[in-house]
Design a protein around this ligand. Structure first.
Ligand SMILES: Nc1ncnc2c1ncn2[C@@H]1O[C@H](COP(=O)(O)OP(=O)(O)OP(=O)(O)O)[C@@H](O)[C@H]1O
Ligand SMILES: [Mg+2]
Length: 509
């Protein structure tokens, strides 16, 4: 592919990107992240749930004890229990002591052999969440060594007193229950994580990862051969960001292919021009030899035309030479000299046969005193292109069919602040509005009348090389172009004027 491209088309290096390694792709990262986040949220739920578990467990223990106490109270046998029976009940209830507080007095109801030293107190329904979490964590870490007093208000006793029941218990059993509870939560969390992660993973994979991977793979494939039309990604129906990205990519790839095709055409054309210039130069050189011989013939008509013929041929050889020397697309740098504008315009008119034209009246309105600093050959080509267009346009519009003068072409020049404005105006059909935007772009403005669409592009490029401007004027009738060159002046001496033209034809002669 690279062989087909013109030398000035720079394609970026396209390193071959391997497909992502197993485990390093987006899908795997997504899966792991989802599991991690679900686990994190489970931990955040687990800690308060553990505190809640402890509160409920202790409250339940107290409730069971209170119910047993109420039953014994109702039966009136609370004081008649033997020591053995009391211990047995305490063991069943999982507590070490039971006490009741009435009117600020604490009455011990039952007590096991060795109640431990009370290390913490839990008041049912009065625990703030932060403390509850802290206590739960302590129990989880060190439960069997903790002895807790659990206190809560109870319903009225049979005699109508309001009492507070209090139990003291070792947290060992609570610790074991919390461990079991934690394992259950862990198993549940893992299950939820895996199921959620799998669902999220599958959804994201279908919605995002696959389409993005498709786009990425297409970019890699396209980069390997941007000229292959089958590698342009298809447009997407999706209206979200991925759809927009895919459509934009498709558009950019198509545009790039058009640009590459255009560049290739220009490169081919450049090569063809070089070949033509090469052979044309050889043929013209032969023609110059014959023209030189013509100058030896005494016929006045031959003597009049032969130098002009030689000069025209010389110019043509120079164009071919510079095309070959400076490459296909670029013009040679202007070789600036002092040029008498009036005479240069006369020469253009001669070459185009305007001085004796049967249907176009030509007027050279340029003052003989104006000289400009310019490359005479390039300025000649600029004005020649403009005039040739005028002649062509007036001919196409029927100006040349009757043989009578119906159109005119005039060239005038004026000086201001050392710069010179040269205006080429005709009375032809004028420029169509549709052509105006692309008039100075190569190959863009041809009218289909046999032109190539290069003349104005060349003229514009040459004017710019002189740091000047070329523009289309608004004209009521026909077309009018103005060339503005930055360096010009008036010379007064008529004799000096005549010798200012140092063009190549004269120097060669
Ligand atoms: N004086 C004019 N009057 C009317 N139309 C013009 C005039 N000058 C240029 N144009 C239009 O602009 C187009 C572009 O001119 P340009 O000189 O760039 O290319 P061309 O004349 O078509 O081909 P070539 O490369 O042979 O000069 C012409 O085809 C013509 O339609
Ligand atoms: Mg032209």
């Amino acid at each position: 592919m690279a062989d087909n491209l013109p030398s000035d088309v720079q394609l970026p290096d396209t390193p071959s990107h391997p497909a992502p390694r197993l485990g390093s792709g987006m899908s795997t990262k997504l899966l792991l992240l989802t599991i991690l986040f679900v686990m994190l949220s489970e931990v955040m739920i687990y800690v308060p749930s553990l505190a809640n578990f402890r509160n409920t467990w202790l409250a339940e223990r107290l409730e069971r004890t209170t119910i047993a106490l109420l039953v014994a109270e109702k039966a009136g046998k609370i004081d008649m229990l033997s020591e053995e029976a009391t211990k047995d009940i305490l063991k069943q209830l999982g507590v070490q002591t039971i006490a009741v507080r009435r009117d600020g007095l604490r009455q011990l109801i039952a007590m096991s052999d060795m109640p431990g030293m009370v290390t913490s107190e839990f008041r049912v329904n009065e625990m703030v969440p932060g403390d509850a979490i802290l206590e739960a964590l302590k129990t989880l870490l060190n439960g069997s060594e903790r002895t807790t007093r659990v206190v809560a208000g109870t319903p009225e006793f049979s005699n109508g007193e309001v009492a507070e029941v209090e139990i003291v218990l070792n947290e060992g059993a609570l610790h074991d229950a919390m461990i079991v509870h934690s394992f259950n939560i862990l198993k549940l969390s893992l299950m939820i994580s895996v199921i959620t992660a799998a669902l999220v993973f599958l959804a994201l994979r279908a919605l995002f990862v696959r389409p993005i991977r498709r786009v990425t793979q297409n970019m890699l494939r396209f980069a390997q051969d941007p000229e292959d039309a089958s590698r342009v990604i298809a447009t997407s129906e999706r209206s979200d960001e991925i759809g927009v990205a895919q459509n934009q990519l498709s558009h950019m790839q198509s545009e790039l292919q058009l640009m590459l095709a255009e560049k290739r055409t220009l490169a081919d054309l450049g090569l063809a021009v070089s070949k033509i210039s090469h052979d044309l130069r050889n043929i013209l050189a032969t023609a110059v030899l014959f023209s030189d011989r013509l100058q030896t013939i005494d016929d006045p008509a031959v003597q009049r035309f032969a130098p002009k013929l030689v000069r025209a041929l010389d110019r043509a050889i120079d164009y071919c030479q510079s095309t070959l020397a400076y490459g296909r697309a670029r013009e040679a740098e202007p070789s600036i000299r002092v040029v008498q504008l009036h005479t240069l315009v006369e020469e253009v008119a001669e070459v185009l046969g305007l001085d004796e034209h049967d249907s176009i009246q030509f007027q050279n309105k340029v003052s003989e005193t104006i000289v400009v600093d310019a490359d005479p050959d390039q300025l000649f080509r600029i004005i020649l292109n403009l005039c040739r267009n005028s002649v062509q346009a007036m001919k196409d519009s029927g100006g040349g069919t009757t043989g009578s003068i119906v159109n005119s072409l005039s060239i005038s020049a004026s000086l201001a602040d050392n710069s010179c404005s040269i205006t080429v105006s005709d009375t032809g059909p004028g420029i169509a509005d549709s052509q105006k935007g692309l008039l100075f772009k190569a190959f863009q403005s041809r009218s289909g009348m046999g032109g190539t669409g290069l003349g104005l592009a060349i003229a514009s490029e040459l004017v710019q090389a002189h740091e000047g401007t070329l523009q289309l004027d608004d004209s009521a009738q026909g077309a009018s172009f103005t060339i503005c060159l930055p360096r010009a002046r008036i010379v007064g001496n008529a004799e000096q004027k005549l010798h200012l033209i140092q063009d190549k034809g004269e120097s060669r002669a």
